[in-house]
Design a protein around this ligand. Structure first.
Ligand SMILES: [Fe+2]
Ligand SMILES: [Fe+2]
Length: 245
């Protein structure tokens, strides 16, 4: 039996130009660095950075993020979040070989990277052009879709104010016969749900998370986290959370 593909999703790192800057009372560089040893133990074959990698869209933030995760996996891909600056991200990450998709072939799976970020807006949107990669998928192979904003409510009013707007545009294009999961970031907490027969999973933040089900961001003391997937070419899969030790 072929070895499963291990995919690691890192999200919402919120690095700033100033490496000493605080993000919700935490240091983004230090917390990402603290999480990485546990990530390396997973020996990921691929990493997806699912947005808000920078807090301020600065090239310094992306350069330090790239340096921190350098060598973590043979392949790394990315999508922007609402705090990112897509052109700066593309320049810095492109120079180090990080991939922007929109579709990748990893371990016999179709990995789809959708850009939901709207400049200077906290909520997300997908238009026809951004949704177009979904029309080109091969229905004979499993697919995993990444998008920064949550396409379902996560029952936390502080972040459900800023969802993926008009998520039905996305759901209408996802076929549960072969799309296994929509994975997102943005919500700064672990969430697991389902819609139309498709799993909906968040990656928690590598810097600061909230306790679930809160009206306001309420610091979760359990530290930085990330999500992993193990993908088999026959479409079977598993997912879970990795924490700093
Ligand atoms: Fe974020
Ligand atoms: Fe976000």
């Amino acid at each position: 039996m072929p070895k499963p593909f291990t995919l690691l999703q890192l999200s919402d790192c919120h690095l700033s130009a100033d490496p000493a800057a605080a993000y919700r009372g935490q240091n983004a560089d230090a917390n990402l660095a603290r999480l990485l040893p546990a990530c390396r133990l997973l020996a990921p074959d691929g990493v997806v950075l699912s947005g808000d990698i920078a807090e301020d869209g600065s090239s310094q933030a992306y350069e330090r993020a790239a340096a921190l995760i350098d060598g973590l996996a043979p392949r790394t891909a990315w999508i922007p979040g609402n705090h990112d600056e897509r052109s700066v991200m593309a320049e810095v990450f492109g120079a180090v070989g990080f991939e922007a998709g929109p579709t990748l072939e990893w371990g016999g799976w179709q990995i789809v990277l959708l850009d939901s970020a709207v400049p200077h807006r906290p909520e997300g949107r997908l238009d026809e052009a951004r949704l177009a990669p979904l029309a080109r998928l091969d229905e004979e192979r499993p697919a995993l879709v990444f998008v920064h904003h949550q396409p379902v409510p996560v029952d936390s009013p502080w972040i459900d104010k800023y969802p993926l707007v008009e998520p039905e545009q996305l759901w209408a294009r996802l076929n549960s016969d072969f799309v296994r999961c929509v994975a997102f970031g943005h919500v700064h907490q672990t969430f697991s749900g389902e819609n139309n027969g498709i799993a909906c999973l968040s990656a928690p933040s590598t810097v600061a998370n909230s306790q679930p089900g809160m009206a306001r961001f309420t610091h979760d003391p359990t530290g930085p986290k990330a999500r992993w997937f193990r993908l088999r070419p026959d479409g079977r899969w598993l997912s879970g959370i990795v924490s700093a030790g």
